[in-house]
Design a protein around this ligand. Sequence first.
Ligand code: IPM
Ligand code: MN
Length: 345
Amino acid sequence: SRSLNLAVIPGDGIGPEVVAQGLKVLNAALPQDVKLETKEYDLGAQRWHRTGETLPDQELEALKGHDAILLGAIGDPSVPSGVLERGLLLKLRFAFDHFINLRPSKLFPNTATPLAGRPDIDFVVVREGTEGPYTGNGGSLRTGTPAEVATEVSVNTAYGVERVVRDAFERANNRPRKKLTLVHKNNVLVYAGHLWKNTFDRVAAEYPEVSTDYLHVDAATIFFVTQPERFDVIVTDNLFGDILTDLAAAVTGGIGLAASGNVNPTGDFPSMFEPVHGSAPDIAGQGKADPTATVLSVALLLRHLGHADRAERIEAAVSADLAERDGTARTTDEIGDALTARVSG
Ligand code: IPM
Ligand code: MN
């Protein structure tokens, strides 16, 4: 029989609460003959306070042996900004070469959004995950003086840009609308912009059925709000993708519904699935967090591992659950149970 050997990083704040619900739904959604094994990793703010460690080599090695990783949320106000982001989350994305940061946006029924009632919104942002301004390639001169100069260099390699652009064309080609939009800022960021646009145009020639478009990132933010239905697949760099996907979440039902996958399509390393939202320490431990984004991330995980039918079952369960929400407050657990019941039934 088959097996799924899953690493679980519950993390901080509401992370453990939403991950528990994600695992419940995963158990219900998996085919009978797939044996689920999970191993929990104690990483995040508490671990850092206790030991000063963010992601020791030994655990990084152990994580490599899993089929996939499910992560709740990382971050706490008691930890200096950047420590866990760089030392844990980004370290995992870089070490496991998660060059595809997949962030679908769909307007689910009955969701509180400024765009409620609009025509179907269903697009996916393919955010580059290993380059751009996230590489930590910068520095500071005369630090702390009135003459301080800080640089934060955006790294864009032909190899890195081509592989994410190719992945995005493949995805667009496999969707009914077959449309791909490149988002950048090539009127100002001319060197990186040139590399992205040239690569995009060159690969486009191999996909005659995919219609293409280009938008500057500032213009893209306008269309996300005024004409989101124009998008199908979007490919963009790491930082633009970070910002655009928070906006996408906000306009399509809120950050409580936004799922993401940090994917290494080659299979050389485990891919990692996580809700786009953070650890929300203000509501942690109160059973108030909506686990839906984590549940939808579990669907992405299943699709990545070849269980597309099971992923669809989860997405249908979420759709049905949202359609029947009537504004009555439900606990994290209650939402998880309702979704589990729908997936099992
Ligand atoms: C995200 C987050 C991270 C990012 C932070 C926490 C490093 O905002 O997953 O979008 O910027 O990628
Ligand atoms: Mn972000």
